[in-house]
Design a protein around this ligand. Structure first.
Ligand SMILES: C[S@@+](CC[C@H](N)C(=O)[O-])C[C@H]1O[C@@H](n2cnc3c(N)ncnc32)[C@H](O)[C@@H]1O
Length: 211
């Protein structure tokens, strides 16, 4: 079969529900004001996260790695009345864009932003989560998994982004991040407490359901 992956990606994007104005503006602001805007989930993946959340109807969500809050807002869209997203971001300088985005979208009351190191903040959280989205430092994915697994309810969903790392996980001579992601994928796959599957969406999303 001969096809262009780029064309397929564009086609999927074209036939995905359009993003609302506030997310379009947040994506533009992220492109204009941040150094690595490609970290943002964006329209296609954001819509998938939103649909997962709407199907799960969660009360509690945890996001590890907020960046400018794009995925946070997508995940918040599925919350039940009174539900809450906890999102953790290490970079204090992103606070203004994040909080301004939540205000514009009218979701500030549903989201608690924690500024600091996720490895220190997660142990202080007492909620039990329906959904966890792991999307911060790649060498720490295994640590995040260990820190959250007992804070996820049975039937709860853990999603981990970038697990294919631009395809580098199937190449030889892994660099530090690639090796860590490959080891994370192996660790999850060998863990009897969960079921898992890798979705080849964008940079690869590991979908994990706690038994
Ligand atoms: C890929 S971006 C997150 C993108 C966002 N989830 C989205 O989909 O739009 C990763 C973020 O994790 C943050 N980060 C990295 N290590 C962290 C840590 N140990 N604790 C909290 N945040 C961290 C980075 O500053 C960066 O903003």
């Amino acid at each position: 079969m001969n096809f262009s992956l780029q064309k397929i990606v564009k086609y999927c994007d074209n036939f995905t529900t359009s993003q609302p104005r506030h997310l379009y503006e947040l994506e533009r602001e992220t492109n204009l004001k941040t150094l690595a805007p490609q970290m943002l989930s964006g329209h296609y993946q954001g819509q998938i996260l939103q649909m997962f959340s709407k199907m799960m109807r969660p009360e509690r969500i945890l996001e590890i790695g907020t960046f400018t809050g794009y995925a946070t807002q997508c995940l918040a869209a599925g919350l039940v009345e009174g539900g809450k997203v906890h999102t953790i971001e290490a970079n204090e300088e992103l606070r203004y864009i994040i909080e301004n985005g939540f205000k514009k979208a009218g979701v500030s009351n549903k989201i608690q932003l924690h500024i600091g190191n996720a490895k220190e903040i997660i142990p202080t959280l007492t909620d039990i989560f329906d959904i966890v989205f792991i999307d911060a430092g790649k060498t720490d994915y295994a640590t995040y998994f260990d820190l959250v697994i007992n804070k996820v309810r049975s039937g709860g969903l853990i999603l981990a982004d970038n697990v294919l790392w631009s395809g580098k996980v199937v190449m030889e001579n892994h660099d530090k991040d690639t090796r860590a992601l490959h080891e994370f994928n192996q660790k999850v796959h060998n863990d009897d407490r969960v079921e898992n599957s890798i979705l080849p969406i964008r940079d690869g999303i590991m979908m994990i359901v706690k038994k």
